[in-house]
Design a binder for this molecule. Sequence first.
Ligand code: HEM
Length: 141
Amino acid sequence: VLSEGNKKIIKNLLQKIHSQTEVLGAEALARLFECHPQTKSYFPKFSGFSANDKRVKHHGDLVLKALVDTNDHLDDLPHHLHKLAEKHGKDLLVDPHNFKLFSDCIAVTLAAHLQEKSPETHCAVDKFLEEVTYQLSSLYR
Ligand code: HEM
């Protein structure tokens, strides 16, 4: 559960990244594909998997925008993420194990690009991504 302190850090951070969703999202996805190549199998239409690839940029943008959009809903993530949870849990059926892999790639990407690298930010980002992926995994069964 996110503490008030965690929420404050996350709100600040999501505000900062809202204009960089494409660059950050593409890098996070490229890290996922590089470190865990088996994840490429979920994206059969992609012809390239680097951060410069058009489809990687587009999808990365979508994912990071979805994270930025949680900013006004940190107290109500289950309701806010319900549709996305349905998409992943009933339609895409991405093995939920991959959410953890992707969360780590997102966390590394944020740390690489943002000034805030304190233990408190690290912890808040970790808890936030854990909460989001818990919700995205919630409708698998
Ligand atoms: C689609 C977010 C994790 C695979 C999407 C979409 C969003 C999204 C916003 C577009 C939904 C729509 O079109 O209605 C997220 C978030 C994640 C996450 C916030 C975790 C932080 C993952 C992981 C995988 C994955 C780990 C697989 C390794 C897909 C696929 C699609 C998709 C295959 C459909 C792509 C397409 O339509 O071309 N995701 N996702 N997602 N996601 Fe996720």
